[in-house]
Design a protein around this ligand. Structure first.
Ligand code: HH2
Length: 287
């Protein structure tokens, strides 16, 4: 299996690390740290140096309770960062729900779209179909403003799996090749602690759909519920969760802490003898 995104082809012979670059004043774990063009680009370059295989660049926080960001403001935050990094050598993903921005970001150099809206907009589907970009289709229940108030499922794992399978079928029908698609259960997006746990423990049921699975657990509230620590203090907890996700079959890990995650996965895969050694020196370029 491999992921085709723009000019890049990513094999899944080892876990892929997607480093998070939040160009926002209010993200839940790093809000305000990378809100300027200079700080965002410097952080992105640092993540690449640390061994990020790809970057996810976002201009709207989608933490529970977050206010929506107008298109013009999101554009102003994200596009200059993508333009500045267009030749950085790793695929750039744009984390947005807005089809206009998806299109502009692809034009500016993004190779992937990360749509927490599950590619439900017709416009977004058409933008993707017209491009060669990869796409991450994520499940969420409700909208960030209210999604954590009372999430209810009949059976969370089968509902999320069936939703993703249906969205993938629509995407393929629209002309987006299967090799360009990644799926994501959307940890924390309209899910209680128990829902998140069920999805993680039964991740193999999503893997069974035959598509690469992205897991975004980094610094999330469920880790705070386990450890009692604040978002900035959840690095070790995030690494443990990332290792567990890999064991459960996750292909891509969306992480804030690249060095820590990379070291842990390197050691774990070397010791387990499953995927072979994965030292930072072998961070690769895909073109
Ligand atoms: N989580 C966040 C944002 N985007 N995209 C995918 N595909 N999967 C995720 O789990 C996911 C995501 C939330 O994390 P972060 O970007 O750090 O925070 P914020 O939304 O507050 O900017």
């Amino acid at each position: 299996m491999h992921l085709q995104c723009g000019k890049f082809s990513l094999p899944f012979d080892r876990p892929i690390l997607m480093g998070v670059v939040n160009v926002t004043p209010d993200s839940f774990s790093d809000g305000g740290k990378y809100a300027t063009l200079e700080s965002a680009v410097a952080h992105a370059r640092l993540l690449i140096e640390e061994g990020a295989d790809m970057l996810d660049i976002g201009g709207e926080s989608t933490r529970p309770g977050a206010q929506p960001v107008p298109l013009d403001e999101e554009r102003r935050r994200v596009l200059p960062v993508i333009e500045a990094l267009a030749e950085c050598g790793v695929p750039l993903s744009v984390d947005t729900r807005k089809p206009e921005l998806m299109e502009e970001a692809i034009r500016a150099g993004a190779s992937m779209v990360n749509d927490i809206g599950g590619l439900e907009s017709r416009f977004a589907l058409d933008v993707l179909a017209r491009s060669s970009a990869g796409v991450c289709i994520m499940h969420k229940q409700g909208d960030p403003q209210t999604m954590q108030q009372n999430p209810v499922y009949r059976e969370v794992v089968s509902e999320v799996r069936d939703y993703l399978a249906a969205r993938v079928a629509v995407a393929i029908d629209t002309g987006i090749a299967r090799e360009r698609i990644v799926i994501d259960p959307g940890f924390g997006f309209g899910k209680t602690y128990e829902h998140n746990l069920a999805l993680l423990r039964r991740l193999p049921e999503l893997i069974g759909l035959g598509l690469p699975v992205l897991a975004g657990l980094s610094r999330k509230a469920m880790l705070g519920q386990i450890t009692g620590r604040s978002a900035e203090q959840r690095v070790h907890a995030s690494v443990a969760a990332a290792l567990f996700a890999v064991q459960q079959g996750a292909h891509i890990l969306r992480v804030h802490d690249v060095t820590a995650t990379r070291d842990a996965i390197s050691v774990w895969t070397a010791l387990a003898g499953t995927i072979g050694v994965f030292p930072i020196q072998t961070a690769r370029r895909y073109e």
